[in-house]
Design a protein around this ligand. Sequence first.
Ligand code: GLN
Length: 305
Amino acid sequence: MNALLEKIVADCGEYVSQGRVATYIPQLAVADPDKRGIYIVSDSGEEFSAGDCFDRFTMQSVVKPLILMQALMDSGIEKVQALVGVEATGKPFDAFNYSDQALTGAHINPMINTGAIALCTLIAGETYEIKFARLLELARLMAGNPNLEVDESVYLSEKETGSKNRALAYMLKAYGMIYDPVEEILDCYFRTCSILVDCRDLAKIANVFAHHGMNPATGERIFPKEYARYVTATLATCGMYDGSGKFALDVGFPAKSGVGGGIMGVIPKRMGIGVFAPALDKHGNSVAGVHMLMKLNQEMDLSIY
Ligand code: GLN
């Protein structure tokens, strides 16, 4: 298995030149586009890996399923769905060209920026520091890694330059979807995006989703099955943004990407996968990462469709 993964990592090197590392968050521009890693945690607890799987990168949007999960755990399905819908948007992750005159929850999805920013308000906690601490704790618990921390330089870089997210958040406020101070909500959002992980952490997080909230490593239930299915179904509709349909065809399992170059793949009841390769396609999805998952599906028949 490790030999297969090594081959996949090596073969996918040819796709790196088709992508570009993210530069709109200046600190992400320093990433080495040639890095590639993969990590799998299987049903039986076996772990397989190849390449730069222990290189660390920031979660970015891969944290969105965790924001949704924490909001579900703290506020319940009804409140979450009243604020943020579940339909595929078919639009970029930072889109604000909504065609209707009013913005409503039905227009947004938890896996795009507006949805994730809105959902930060449904996390329990007196302050946004406390809400963030709850999210970091969930990430640590799912990854089985108590050392997960924020990359301060990436966090500050996005905080300094995040005009578009500010615009999106003010739009949510203008339409009465959020009420708290925008800067506080965004501070929580930017911090969660800057949590540092490696492919192993992503594979472990994905594996908990794959096992419907049960941590297969410890037998501990972290969240109810109902919420796990909610989040995983949302990944299938919008986890790869406006590349989700093609990803469903080419790869065929729920996944979430981030502009740090990470993707987590959830194979229900079977395994969690973490891949990393920082050069991105036009949707903001890792080019080599998608190809690694595509090849893995061809070899292991992982598609759920
Ligand atoms: N922090 C990034 C942003 O808000 C996350 C986007 C992404 O990973 N697609 O722009």
